[in-house]
Design a protein around this ligand. Structure first.
Ligand SMILES: Cc1cc2nc3c(=O)[nH]c(=O)nc-3n(C[C@H](O)[C@H](O)[C@H](O)COP(=O)(O)OP(=O)(O)OC[C@H]3O[C@@H](n4cnc5c(N)ncnc54)[C@H](O)[C@@H]3O)c2cc1C
Length: 475
């Protein structure tokens, strides 16, 4: 991992002072300093090398978070907020040691208001738990990262998580009404409102969304809910190639149908999951799309599915399989859910990118991905939320091919930017993509972000070394 100009870890005396301060406010079982017990907090799902903290604190309430940030400031110790550690960009890893502040114990859903169509939950609540709470009142929280059973809602806000349903419903930021946040100086602030609209001052809640734990620690979220769709229909549409599939999905959208998902799996992704889910895909399929529609009635949802499927057939689809019930629907989705793990098992090493292009450039991106694999001599499998122009591109390689894999990734990121796209649609910049940010964002844009960071965290103690490249000038 490239860590240029890393500052040293905190001195032993600083950690000693911090622990002494924390012992005043927190119970013993909230503090972990045993290296064996801290080891899981040194990793996330990014595949980055582990980075050990000096201490892990498990907050139980907002006051605990305040105590940690005050003690950290007094002793000059960095703090890395952590949800449930499923991030894919190394954002939750303590680059410079110090405290990992885990939100895993703050996991209550406090309130679901059917009349105001909102929900209030602790930041550490598991996303699936938040969704279930909304559904228990006949409401719907749409953002559905594929990690929803193992990630936290605070982590989703911190990364502005998306998911397959973003095509129709948008991403996490579209559902954040308000946030309780603890700033680097330990002060608690409430940002946003419980109202649907508000234009009162800068939209600071929006600034926190996607800030990856660098501007404040989210302790509580107030989320907008929508009515629960009453019917869902799902189909698996097979194509000869990913290119044909990508043209067809644009055709579906321009025909005026907005499915809730248009998930693409390319040939290499299909090959990877075929062994685990035999007989699910036609043998001649070079790509598939998982097409899912929903609506207030069964007829409406099915009508949309039929229209979308017809457009796909007109534009070259080989086959459409429509799920007849929930069991068949799950059979269509199962290979997609297995992909991340299956690809990981299929190679000695994997780098997972999450690029997005304007949808009209998706065919070019898919062609470029094939070329990149051939040029750099590595296997590249792609899948993802292609309806949004968002592809998870996985570079699979043997350990001795690291340099080739890195070149393939850089080629991919530059190609994406050249097509008017972005290097992260969902996973964030964190640590692993930090040094590529200047490829996409101009110096004045980076400078504005450095000023914001300096204003909110003048001592640079909150998740330092993430998002913004190290050592850049502020203007
Ligand atoms: C199998 C798998 C599938 C995935 N699918 C998707 C997907 O479809 N869409 C998607 O968007 N992502 C996906 N992800 C990535 C990941 O799940 C999301 O980024 C998720 O939002 C991270 O939540 P977390 O609680 O695990 O956060 P963590 O990994 O713990 O932290 C991620 C970042 O958020 C910060 N953070 C966490 N909690 C807080 C807080 N309370 N306050 C301030 N900062 C905080 C951390 O400092 C870090 O920078 C997937 C991951 C896996 C492993």
């Amino acid at each position: 991992m490239l860590v240029k100009g890393a500052t040293p870890r905190p001195a032993a005396a600083a950690i000693e002072g911090l622990l002494k301060d924390l012992a005043r406010d927190l119970a013993d079982d909230q503090l972990i300093t045993d290296p064996d017990l801290m080891a899981p907090y040194a990793r996330d799902w990014s595949g980055a090398e582990p980075l050990m903290p000096d201490v892990v604190v498990r907050a139980r309430r907002t006051e605990d978070v305040q105590a940690v940030l005050r003690a950290a400031q007094d002793n000059g110790v960095p703090v890395t907020p952590r949800g449930l550690g499923t991030g894919k960009s190394g954002g939750a890893l303590p680059l410079f040691g110090g405290v990992v502040l885990s939100m895993e114990r703050m996991r209550m859903v406090h309130e679901v208001r059917a009349d105001d169509m909102l929900l209030v939950a602790d930041a550490g609540a598991v996303t699936a738990q938040v969704m279930a709470a909304a559904e228990s009142e006949g409401l719907f929280y749409p953002p559905d990262p594929n990690s929803l059973d193992i990630c936290s809602i605070g982590g989703n806000v911190a990364c502005n998580a998306g998911g397959p349903r973003a095509l129709k419903y948008g991403v996490t930021k579209h559902y954040v009404l308000g946030l309780e946040v603890v700033l680097a100086n330990g002060r608690r602030v409430e940002l946003g409102k419980r109202t649907v609209k508000h234009v009162t001052g800068y939209d600071l809640a929006a600034l926190i969304v996607g800030s990856e734990g660098t501007l404040g620690v989210i302790t509580q979220v107030t989320l907008r809910l929508v009515p629960q769709p009453r019917a869902v229909h799902t189909a698996l549409v097979a194509f000869a190639s990913a290119r044909t599939a990508s043209v067809a999905l644009t055709g579906v959208l321009t025909a005026g149908v907005v499915p809730r998902t248009l998930e693409l799996l390319d040939r290499h992704a299909l090959d990877a999951v075929r062994a685990k889910t035999p007989g699910r895909f036609p043998p001649d399929a070079g790509a598939v799309i998982i097409l899912e529609t929903d609506g207030p009635t069964d007829e409406r949802a099915f009508e949309d599915l039929e229209r979308a499927a017809s457009v796909c057939l007109e534009l070259g689809a080989l086959d459409v399989q429509v799920a007849q019930d929930a069991v068949q629907r799950e059979k269509i989705w199962a290979p997609r859910r297995l992909l991340s793990e299956t690809l990981k098992e299929s190679a000695e090493a994997k780098i997972s990118e999450d690029v997005v292009v304007p949808r009209s450039h998706l065919p070019e991106l898919l062609e470029a991905v094939e070329r990149i694999g051939e040029t750099h001599g590595v296997r590249v499998a792609s899948y993802g939320h292609a309806g949004d122009g968002n592809l998870h591109v996985n570079v699979l390689f043997d350990k001795d091919q690291r340099a080739q894999a890195d070149r393939a990734v850089q080629d991919l990121l530059q190609t994406t930017i050249g097509l008017g796209g972005t290097i992260s649609g969902e996973h964030g910049i964190g640590l692993l993509k930090r040094d590529f940010l200047p490829w996409e964002q101009a110096a004045p844009v980076l400078a504005v972000q450095r000023h914001i960071k300096a204003a909110l965290d003048p001592l640079n103690l909150l998740n330092p070394g993430k998002i913004l490249p190290l050592g850049g000038a502020a203007s």
